[in-house]
Design a protein around this ligand. Structure first.
Ligand code: NAD
Length: 965
C-alpha cells in the first residue's frame, strides 16, 4: 500500500462504506436467496442440508443428458429419494406420471438456471441491456459452452460470439463487451505445444477481431484452469502486439486464489508500460478451487491455489491496491460479491481520488441486483457479467454458481441467508496459521508426472531429446560373464523415421543363455541371504537414479517405441513407482514373522525367494513393465534375467545400466536381448528356471504356461508363472452419460498411444440408437481434430505404431472390418512404414472378429445396445477380462456395473487407461492374466514361497515367557 494512505484511515473508510453497502444489500437479497415461494423453500432446505445440496447438484448436472420423461423421473428419484422426497409427498410423487414429473422438474431447474443464465437470443440480450441500463450498469456477455472437442464446435463458439456482438450493437450497448474462453477456440489448446496452440487460437480469434475493432468492443480473455494460465497469458501478449489499435481496450482476467498471480500482474503492468498501452484487468477470486485442489492432489503437484480462503481474500485486496495504483496503464475491473472486498476497492479509489471512469466493479448476473443501486449512488461504475447459453451448454457454469453461492464459506450465503454479523463479514481477511502438512516419507506415494504446461519443463525435455539423438548409432553388446564369442547384431530403429538407426544391439546366443542361467543359479545363494533391507535400499537407489535421468529415459521411448512426451514420461514415472512400491512392500514382508500364539511353541513364517527368475516383457510400456517385474524379482531375493521385447531393446539396456549403477550385482541382474521364440523359449524351457514373470500377448503367455507346467530332466523345482496378457476391453456409454466426458475419455482410452495399450478400449457399447449416432459422430470429429506425426514434436498427439509388421497386422483388421461392419471413420496419417490412420467401425456385432480379437492398434468398434443390461452382456461376452469402463450417472447402473462387470480394472466415468501403481493395482482375469495385480499389495508375494518353522519350547513343565498364553 502507498505510504500516503494510512492503513487506519483506509480501514475506517472500508468499514463505513461496507456498512452502508451491507445495509442496502441485506434488505434486498438476490432473488435466488430471497426465500420466497417454492424455490425459496427448496433453496433454504438445500442451504441447511449439505447432502441434499450434493444430491441436487448431481441431479441437475445429469438433467440435460436425459432424453425421455421416464429417464428424468428415474434419476429424480434415484438422487433425491430419501433426502428431499421423504414421507407422503415422496410417495405421492412416485405415483405421478413420469411426463408430469419431467415437465415440472425441467421447469423448476430451468427457472433457477435463468437466475444466472440468459437465453441466447437477440431479444434476451436486448432485454438484459435495457434492464441493466435502469440500474445503471453495463454488461459483459459470456457465451458459456460445453467442452470444445471438435473444430466444428470451436467454429460454433466463434459464431456465437460474433452474433453476441451484433445483438449487443442492436440492443444499444456502447460499446459491446465480450468475455471469451480461449480454450473454446480450438479443440487442441494443450499447453504442451504452446506455439501450436497459440497459433490455432490466434487464427480463429483473427476472425473475431475485425468485428471487435470495428465496433470498439471490449474483449476480456477469461482465466481458466491453472494448467492453461501460461498459454492464456502468452496469447494475451500476442494479441496486444497483433492489434495495436489504441482505441481498443484488450482485457484479461486474473485469479486472486493463485499465489502466482502477483507476479503475473507485475509482468503485465511492465508489459503494458513498455508498449504504452492501456489494458483491462478483471480481478476475480477464482472459480475452480475444488477442481484445482483435486487435480493437484491426484497428480502430486504443488497446490497452485491458496489453501486458506482468507489468504485469497487478503491477496485480492493487495492486488486491488496494485491495480488502482496503476490506472495510467490499467483499467481495473474488481469482480466480487464480497462486500468487504468491494468496500476496500471503493475506499482505496476514493483515497486516491480516482475518477469513477478509471475503474469499475463487476458482478455476476443474478447476484448484482441488491448492490447495483447502492453502487450507483456512490457513482461507482458497475458491469454485470452475463452468461448466455442454453441449459445444456451452461450446466457446468450453473453448477459452479450454485456451489459458490450455497457453500458454507460463501460470503453471498453468509450475507443474505445466514445473517452473519456484518462486523465479521467486514473485518480485514486474516489467514489462519494452519499446521504445515508433512508428508510421511515412510509411505509410498506416486511420482508426479511432469507438468508440460511449464516452459522450463518443455525446454528440459527438448534438451533430453537432443542429447539422446547424439547417442544414436551406438553398439549395445551383451555382458554375460563367461561368454567370449560375440552374437550377431541387429539394428534398432525409430518407427517414426525407420531410416534413422538408433543403435545396434547384440543378440544372445545359446551360450549367452546358458551362461546367464549358470551365473544366476550360482549367485542366488548369496543374494538370497543378502538382508532384505539392502535389497530394498538398492531399489530405492535405482528409483533415485531414474528420477535423475527421467527426461533422458523418456526421450529414448519417444524414439524407440514412438511414445509422445506425456506417455513417455508417464512410463518412466511408473517405473520409478514400481521400484519404490515393491521396496516399501518388501520392507514390510522381510524377516521372520510370528504366526499365531501357540502356548509352548514358537511359530514363525518367512517369505523366501524362489530362485532364478526370467522376466519376459512387452515393448508397449518398455521401461515400466520390465522394471516392475524385475524390481519385484530382485527385491524379494531372486536373481533376474531380463528378456525384453524386440522393439525396445535399447531401453532395456538403459534399465540394466540403472540397476547396475544402483549396486545390483552384475550376475544377480542380467540382460539377454534376442528373439522371443529363440532366447525367450530357451529360457522358459530351462530346468534351472524357477519362476517366469511374463507380460505380453495371450498366445505367447499360454504357450509359456503350458511349457512351464511340464518337468524337464534336471528340473528340481516346479515353475511358477506370473502371466499378464492382452485384453478386448469395452466401455459402456449409458443413455444418461455426459457426452463431453464420454467422448473425450473414450478417445483417449481407445487411441492413446495409437491403441497399443493392453488397457485400451477397443469396443464402445452405446445404449440407445440415438445416442449411438450422436456419440460416434462426435467421437469421429474429435479424433479428426487430433494431429498425427513424429512424437518428438509435441504438437502430435498420435504417432506411429511400433513397427511395419504391427502396421500390417492392424491394416489387416481394418480390411476385415470393412467386410464385417461399416467403416464409419478413417482418419489420415503421415506416409511412412509405421503409420496407421485411425479407424472407427460401426454395425459390428458381438460375434464379429473385430469385436473379439485383440487388435492392438488405433481401431475402435462402436456397438449398439438396447439397454444397460444388454450392454453389460455384450461387454462381458469376451474371453478376456482386463479393463472395462462405464459412463453413467445412474447410481443403480453404477452399482450394477460394480458387481457384474467382472474385469481386473473397472473404471467408472473416467478413461480406462493410466492405472497408477498402488492406487489402481493392475491386471486381469480370464484370458488376460493370472489374476494378482501388479502394483498392488499381493503382487510381490508371488515371487516368494513361505517357509514356516515351529519349535517346541516346553522343557519339562517350564514354558518360556515368549510362548506363554
Ligand atoms: P508378445 O507376446 O509378442 O511378446 C512379449 C514378450 O514375449 C517379448 O519379450 C517377446 O520377445 C517374448 N516372446 C515371444 N515369443 C516367445 C516365446 N515363444 N517364448 C518366450 N518368450 C517369447 O507381446 P508384445 O507385442 O511385446 O506386447 C503386446 C502384448 O502384451 C499385447 O497383447 C498386450 O495386451 C500385452 N500386454 C499386457 C499387459 C498386462 O498387464 N496385462 C501389459 C502390456 C502389454
Amino acid at each position: 500500500m502507498d505510504e500516503s494512505i494510512r492503513e487506519s484511515q483506509l480501514e475506517s473508510q472500508v468499514s463505513e462504506i461496507g456498512s452502508d453497502l451491507y445495509r442496502l444489500a441485506a434488505s434486498a437479497p438476490p432473488s435466488l436467496l430471497d426465500g420466497r415461494g417454492l424455490k425459496g423453500r427448496v433453496v433454504a432446505r438445500a442451504l441447511r442440508d449439505e447432502q441434499l445440496r450434493a444430491a441436487l447438484f448431481r441431479f441437475v448436472d445429469t438433467l440435460p443428458q436425459l432424453q425421455t420423461p421416464s429417464d428424468v423421473a428415474i434419476h429424480f428419484f434415484a438422487y433425491l429419494e430419501g433426502r428431499a422426497l421423504g414421507g407422503t409427498w415422496g410417495r405421492l410423487l412416485k405415483l405421478a406420471n413420469p411426463s408430469i414429473i419431467a415437465r415440472a422438474v425441467r421447469l423448476a431447474v430451468g427457472r433457477i438456471a435463468r437466475y444466472f443464465l440468459i437465453e441466447e437470443t437477440d431479444r434476451a440480450v436486448s432485454r438484459v441491456l435495457k434492464q441493466l441500463q435502469r440500474f445503471p450498469a453495463a454488461a459483459s456477455f459470456d457465451a458459456v459452452g460445453e467442452a470444445v472437442l471438435t473444430e466444428a464446435e470451436a467454429e460454433h463458439y466463434l459464431r456465437r460470439n460474433l452474433a453476441s456482438i451484433d445483438w449487443q450493437v442492436a440492443g444499444g450497448a456502447k460499446p459491446p463487451h465480450l468475455s471469451i474462453k480461449l480454450s473454446a477456440l480450438t479443440p487442441r489448446a494443450d499447453p504442451i505445444d504452446l506455439a501450436g496452440a497459440r497459433e490455432r487460437i490466434l487464427t480463429r480469434l483473427g476472425r473475431l477481431m475485425p468485428r471487435v475493432l470495428e465496433t470498439h468492443a471490449c474483449l476480456t480473455i477469461d482465466m481458466e484452469q491453472f494448467e492453461l494460465k501460461p498459454l492464456i497469458l502468452d496469447v494475451f501478449r500476442h494479441v496486444l502486439d497483433a492489434y495495436p489499435e489504441p482505441e481498443w481496450l484488450p482485457a484479461i482476467a486474473l485469479q486472486a486464489y493463485l499465489p502466482d498471480t502477483a507476479t503475473d500482474l507485475e509482468q503485465l503492468i511492465r508489459f503494458a508500460r513498455a508498449r504504452q498501452r492501456r489494458i483491462g484487468i478483471r480481478l476475480v477470486k477464482g472459480a475452480y478451487w475444488d477442481t484445482e485442489v483435486a487435480m493437484a492432489r491426484q497428480r502430486h503437484w504443488a497446490l497452485p491455489v491458496f489453501a486458506d480462503k482468507a489468504q485469497t481474500d487478503a491477496q485480492f485486496e493487495r492486488l486491488t491496491g496494485i491495480l488502482l495504483e496503476n490506472t495510467d496503464v490499467i483499467y481495473p475491473a474488481i469482480a466480487t460479491h464480497n462486500i468487504r472486498s468491494m468496500a476496500y476497492a471503493i475506499a482505496l479509489a476514493r483515497l486516491r481520488s480516482l475518477p469513477n471512469s478509471s475503474w469499475e466493479i463487476q458482478a455476476l448476473y443474478g447476484m448484482a441486483d441488491p448492490l447495483a443501486k447502492a453502487l450507483a449512488r456512490r457513482g461507482v461504475s458497475l458491469r454485470v457479467y452475463v452468461p448466455i447459453g442454453d441449459l445444456l451448454a451452461g450446466i457446468a457454469y450453473l453448477i459452479r454458481r450454485l456451489m459458490e453461492n450455497t457453500a458454507n464459506t460463501s460470503v453471498v450465503r453468509q450475507t443474505y441467508a445466514d445473517g452473519r454479523d456484518p462486523r465479521v463479514l467486514l473485518a480485514a481477511p486474516r489467514a489462519q496459521a494452519g499446521a504445515p502438512i508433512r508428508a510421511n516419507s515412510d509411505e509410498f506415494s506416486n511420482t508426479p508426472h511432469l507438468d508440460f504446461s511449464r516452459s522450463e519443463v518443455r525446454s528440459r525435455f527438448k534438451l533430453a531429446l537432443d542429447s539422446v539423438r547424439d547417442q544414436w548409432g551406438r553398439e549395445y553388446p551383451l555382458a554375460i560373464h563367461g561368454v567370449t564369442r560375440k552374437g550377431a547384431y541387429e539394428t534398432s530403429i525409430n518407427p517414426a523415421e525407420p531410416n534413422a538407426l538408433l543403435g545396434r544391439v547384440e543378440m544372445a546366443t545359446e551360450a549367452h543363455v546358458d551362461h546367464a542361467l549358470a551365473n544366476a543359479r550360482k549367485s542366488f545363494a548369496d543374494w538370497r541371504e543378502t538382508p532384505a533391507s539392502t535389497r530394498v535400499e538398492l531399489c530405492l537407489r535405482a528409483a533415485g537414479i531414474m528420477l535423475r535421468r527421467r527426461a533422458e529415459l523418456a526421450a529414448w521411448q519417444v524414439f524407440e517405441v514412438g511414445k509422445n512426451w506425456r506417455e513417455a514420461d508417464a512410463d518412466v514415472a511408473e517405473a520409478i513407482d514400481y521400484l519404490r512400491y515393491y521396496a516399501h512392500d518388501m520392507a514390510r514382508l522381510g524377516g521372520w514373522q510370528p504366526t499365531a500364539l501357540f502356548p509352548g511353541q514358537t511359530n514363525h513364517l518367512r517369505y523366501e525367494p524362489r530362485g532364478v527368475t526370467v522376466i519376459i516383457a512387452p515393448w508397449n510400456f518398455p521401461l515400466a513393465i520390465l522394471t516392475g517385474m524385475t524390481a519385484a524379482a530382485l527385491v524379494s531375493g531372486n536373481t533376474a534375467i531380463m528378456k525384453p521385447a524386440g522393439p525396445s531393446q535399447i531401453i532395456a539396456h538403459q534399465l540394466l545400466d540403472v540397476l547396475h549403477e544402483a549396486g545390483f550385482p552384475p550376475q544377480v541382474c542380467q540382460l539377454l536381448t534376442g528373439r522371443g521364440d529363440k532366447v525367450g523359449q530357451r529360457l522358459v524351457e530351462h530346468p534351472d528356471v524357477t519362476m517366469i514373470a511374463f507380460t505380453g500377448s495371450r498366445d505367447v503367455g499360454l504357450s509359456i504356461l503350458r511349457q512351464a507346467a511340464g518337468l524337464v530332466p534336471g528340473q528340481r523345482q516346479l515353475k511358477r508363472v506370473v502371466c499378464e496378457m492382452g485384453g478386448k476391453n469395452a466401455i459402456i456409454v449409458d443413455s444418461d452419460a455426459d457426452l463431453d466426458e464420454a467422448v473425450l475419455q473414450a478417445l483417449q482410452s481407445a487411441f492413446g498411444y495409437q491403441g497399443q495399450k493392453c488397457s485400451a478400449a477397443s469396443r464402445v457399447i452405446v445404449v440407445g440408437n440415438d445416442l449411438h449416432d450422436r456419440f460416434v459422430a462426435r467421437l469421429a470429429d474429435a479424433l479428426d481434430a487430433q494431429s498425427y506425426g513424429p512424437p518428438q514434436d509435441p504438437q502430435n498427439e498420435f504417432g506411429p505404431v511400433v513397427s511395419a509388421s504391427a502396421r500390417k497386422k492392424v491394416e489387416g483388421y481394418i480390411e476385415l472390418g470393412t467386410s464385417e461392419g461399416r467403416l464409419f471413420y478413417r482418419g489420415s496419417a503421415p506416409d511412412g512404414d509405421c503409420y496407421v490412420a485411425p479407424a472407427i467401425f460401426t454395425e459390428i456385432n458381438p460375434q464379429h472378429r473385430l469385436a473379439r480379437e485383440e487388435i492392438f492398434g488405433p481401431v475402435l468398434s462402436v456397438l449398439r445396445a438396447r439397454s444397460f443390461d444388454d450392454a453389460l452382456t455384450i461387454a462381458l461376452d469376451t474371453d478376456y477380462g482386463l479393463t472395462g469402463g462405464v459412463f453413467s450417472r445412474l447410481p443403480a447402473h453404477i452399482e450394477l456395473a460394480q458387481s457384474r462387470f467382472r474385469v481386473g480394472n473397472l473404471y467408472i466415468n473416467r478413461r480406462t487407461t493410466g492405472a497408477q501403481v498402488g492406487v489402481q493395482p493392475f491386471g486381469g482375469i480370464g484370458h488376460s492374466g493370472t489374476g494378482i495385480q501388479a502394483g498392488g499389495p499381493d503382487y510381490l508375494k508371488q515371487f516368494m514361497w513361505t517357509r514356516v518353522v515351529s519349535e517346541n519350547t516346553l522343557r519339562h513343565g517350564y514354558v518360556p515367557p515368549d510362548s506363554r498364553q
